[in-house]
Design a binder for this molecule. Structure first.
Ligand code: NAP
Ligand code: ZN
Ligand code: ZN
Length: 351
């Protein structure tokens, strides 16, 4: 099967706005699923990479790793998908499949490094992987997820990154009823973190730099709201929380959040600002606190999260945009002016 042209929006360098880009996906191989992309969420990681804030960006770059679409075709050996199914692709599209972490359903920690959905090379070592700001994608079925058609597909798209990235560390920290949990940064990840922590039964506090987000935090199910710029309130919450999920995109000091952790408290870090953070060892040893990083989730856990969301009716709060609005959307995301995830409607590229 020969792949027709794929339409997309790409970054050609770190400075210029994204603009139209046409390219070819690989032919549908025996184990591949070809997906007509319906919706794709806009993650802050897209922006970090488009602007080369982490270094090493590869251009042209078609970002997008919160992909939901309809299966168009499947290869001869595909067992779990058929044409017409609703399917998703998240942050990874491949991994070595044989290392201890891959064999242990933790492909995101593949010893050789997972293959990202974009801004990396596929495992042939030469094809640039391109993401979901595009009309279609071809992915090995092992890295494709089943999506329930019970939920609104536009609001499901952000679950593929923002959802799993917050679900996985909160599960790892065994968040449950009776625990005090704080979510730092009410953005795309943060608002999903609130929804999950609330659904796991915890008493949830949003810690934010934006006073205007208090009402939303409560609407999302948080019981409390703490303004991180209010020194007095921060002082009052010293040694208070069992788990703090840090989903902040900008450079910031970790110590002021560490200080809020109770005995054996855990600071779960998912935000990826470019600079090394400030950190006081004195704050770390007090209360035997720990800092734990977490990267997305494995394929099995991502499917579990999607099924959990379908069962509990959990989706992202979104603003749907046409692809032509992407550069404005980025500027608004930097200002925290989105409630709480932009989702691209790819029909805007198919006209
Ligand atoms: P986002 O929607 O832009 O949200 C980031 C939030 O950070 C903002 O809404 C804001 O919340 C807070 N913030 C911004 N500047 C701040 C500052 N100077 N100090 C404190 N808080 C600040 O971003 P996102 O898409 O949720 O992504 C968040 C981060 O997670 C990004 O760095 C992204 O690359 C990373 N990420 C990591 C993984 C992973 O696997 N670990 C996966 C996906 C994304 P308030 O207004 O409430 O303060
Ligand atoms: Zn992401
Ligand atoms: Zn591996």
């Amino acid at each position: 099967m020969n792949m027709e042209n794929t339409k997309a929006y790409a970054a050609y360098n770190a400075q210029d706005p994204l603009s139209p880009y046409d390219f070819n996906r690989r032919n549908v191989g025996a184990h591949d699923v070809q997906i007509d992309i319906l919706f794709c969420g806009v993650c802050h990681s897209d922006l970090h990479q488009v602007r080369d804030e982490w270094g090493g960006s590869i251009y042209p770059m078609v970002p997008g790793h919160e992909i939901v679409g309809k299966v168009l075709a499947v290869g001869a050996h595909v067992k779990n998908f058929k044409a017409g199914d609703i399917a998703g692709v998240g942050v990874m599209v491949d991994s070595c499949r044989v290392c201890k972490n891959c064999l242990n359903d933790q492909e995101q920690y593949c010893v050789e490094g997972m293959t990202g959905t974009y801004n990396g090379l596929e495992r042939d070592g030469k094809t640039i992987a391109q993401g979901g700001y595009s009309t279609q994608i071809v992915t090995d079925e092992k890295y494709v997820l089943h999506i329930s058609d019970k939920l609104d597909l536009r609001s499901v798209a952000p679950l593929l990154c923002a959802g799993i990235t917050t679900y996985s560390p909160l599960r790892y920290a065994a968040v449950k009823k009776g625990m005090k949990v704080a979510i730092v940064g009410l953005g795309g990840l943060g608002h999903m973190g609130v929804k999950f922590a609330v659904s796991f039964g915890a008493e949830v506090t949003v810690i934010s730099t934006s006073p205007a987000k208090e009402a939303d935090a409560k609407k999302l199910g948080a019981q409390h709201f703490l303004l991180s710029t209010d020194q007095e309130q921060m002082k009052k919450h010293e040694s208070h929380f069992d788990v703090i999920l840090d989903a902040v995109s900008a450079n910031h000091d970790y110590t002021k959040y560490l200080d809020l952790l109770d005995i054996n408290g855990k600071l779960m870090v998912v935000g990826l600002p470019s600079k090394q953070p400030e950190l006081s060892p004195f704050s770390l040893i007090k209360n035997r606190r720990s800092i734990i990083g977490s990267m997305i989730g494995g394929m099995k856990e991502t499917q579990e999260m999607l099924d959990y969301c379908a069962e509990k009716n959990i989706v992202s709060d979104i603003e749907v945009i046409p692809i032509q609005y992407i550069n404005e959307a980025y500027e608004r995301m930097i200002k925290g002016d989105v409630k709480y995830r932009f989702v691209i409607d790819l029909s805007s590229l198919k006209k």
